[in-house]
Design a protein around this ligand. Structure first.
Ligand SMILES: C[S@@+](CC[C@H](N)C(=O)[O-])C[C@H]1O[C@@H](n2cnc3c(N)ncnc32)[C@H](O)[C@@H]1O
Length: 409
């Protein structure tokens, strides 16, 4: 396992970059009627790009660099560094484990992508005889494969009873030393499973669930932690509360909207999902044009989130639903096509703004992960940060590993 530079240096670098370019990423694109920046060269570049260009560049780091390198060079030095898997020397005394190939019967029912993530995650774990705890386990695929791989007991904690039952059934079927605890990890019953002599594992635990894990594991004195975080924006507070003292001193005052930027890498989205996402933006902005005209208020007012299915129906139905959210009546003779045209122009502007904003998603994610890493370091852990698999396998490919010596009694 290799470090990405020194954690503190990397954090300082990342913080400075995000501070310097704050007006380019810390904004709500929907709220703008024109490009938000007084930067004629950047404006010219953005307006020269077709819709196809916007799509292609947004998905491709090399194209991003080609088009925007002259404006945001230091971002690319950082992004380039992070989009591929990092391999190399371990910082910990123990070497990563030698793994046996997983037999087909054990992998049955696990999607190819999840299996690749589990395999890559497992390869980063240093050898250890500690019992394992799998946090927010789902059906416990990771735990099951590790129980088989290392022949060590695994406790998997998960709050959805059917997932616990399905996982328990598989563990019984393969006679593996894995048990499930059906509990809310945010409750005292959930945190009671944490113990000092433990290796805690969390693959893709969402915001508050992994923040709480870090805080509770520190309190419980857990010896090892291996965490791949995801969904940084799913937190209890409106504003992000940095965990480490260093990040508290360089607070970026991140809202949940800002945090969402960190998870906007869509490498796994299929064509259908992508089309629905475009329709969603188009319809929301078309409705916004209608609302502005009905109320005379040009300011953007957000709407509740809706499942993507809501955007496979009819625009008029969507508008009636949206208007009811804002206590408005939609006139019977509404010219839908006119608002859809206004929305389409606004959606194109949003895509141009997002194209620039997206250049900062990986630095923001790194800032958030480094905050967690520095918090653990501050609590006496040796910490390493890696990209445990390629970005294409999962964009949430940061792995935070922390080990501490057994504390004297
Ligand atoms: C993104 S999934 C990850 C599942 C699994 N680790 C994986 O990588 O496939 C997050 C899991 O956390 C569970 N979860 C969400 N909130 C929870 C809570 N408060 N307590 C326990 N589990 C929770 C969900 O039911 C879900 O199975």
């Amino acid at each position: 396992m290799s470090e990405i530079g020194s954690l503190l240096q990397e954090f300082a670098h990342c913080s400075a970059l995000l501070q310097q370019f704050r007006p380019y990423w810390q904004l709500v694109p929907f709220a703008w009627q024109q490009l938000p920046w007084q930067n004629p060269a950047l404006e010219q570049k953005l307006l020269s790009l077709s819709e196809q260009d916007l799509d292609a560049i947004d998905k491709n780091p090399a194209l991003q660099q080609q088009h925007f390198g002259e404006f945001f060079g230091c971002v690319f030095r950082l992004n380039h560094y992070l989009t591929t898997a990092v391999t190399g020397q371990t910082r910990f005394a123990q070497c990563p484990s030698e793994l046996k190939p997983v037999p087909f019967w054990l992998a049955n029912g696990i999607s190819g992508r999840k299996l690749a993530q589990i395999d890559a995650f497992a390869r980063q774990l240093p050898a250890s005889t500690l019992p394992m705890l799998e946090w927010c386990a789902g059906k416990g695929h990771l735990g099951r494969l590790l129980a088989w791989q290392f022949n060590r007991p695994v406790t998997s904690i998960e709050w959805q009873q059917p997932l616990c039952e399905a996982g328990e059934q598989l563990a019984r079927q393969f006679q593996l030393p894995q048990r499930f605890v059906h509990a809310d990890v945010l409750s005292p019953h959930g945190s009671a499973v944490l113990a000092p002599q433990q290796r805690v594992l969390a693959l893709h635990a969402c915001g508050q669930l992994h923040i709480s894990l870090l805080q509770q594991a520190v309190q419980a004195g857990c010896q090892q932690l291996h965490l791949a975080p995801c969904c940084y924006h799913l937190i209890a507070d409106e504003q992000y509360q940095p965990l480490s003292t260093v990040a508290q001193q360089q607070d970026l005052a991140l809202s949940q909207h800002d945090l969402k930027l960190a998870v906007q890498g869509q490498v796994t989205a299929g064509a259908r999902v992508e089309k629905l996402r475009h329709t969603e933006v188009h319809w929301r902005l078309s409705y916004q044009a209608l609302r502005a005209e009905l109320t005379g208020d040009q300011r953007y007012r957000p709407l509740a989130s809706v499942s993507k299915q809501g955007f496979s129906g009819d625009f008029a139905d969507f508008c009636h639903w949206a208007a009811s959210q804002h206590q408005l009546d939609v006139p019977a003779n509404t010219d839908w096509a006119r608002y859809l045209a206004a929305g389409a122009a606004q959606a194109l502007l949003v895509r141009r703004i997002e194209l620039v904003r997206h250049l900062f998603r990986r630095p923001l994610e790194l800032w958030l992960v480094l905050d967690r890493a520095l918090y653990l370091q501050q609590q006496g852990y040796q910490v390493a940060l890696t990209a445990f698999c390629d970005y294409q396998v999962t964009p949430r490919n940061f792995l935070l590993s922390a080990i501490r010596d057994i504390l004297p009694h």
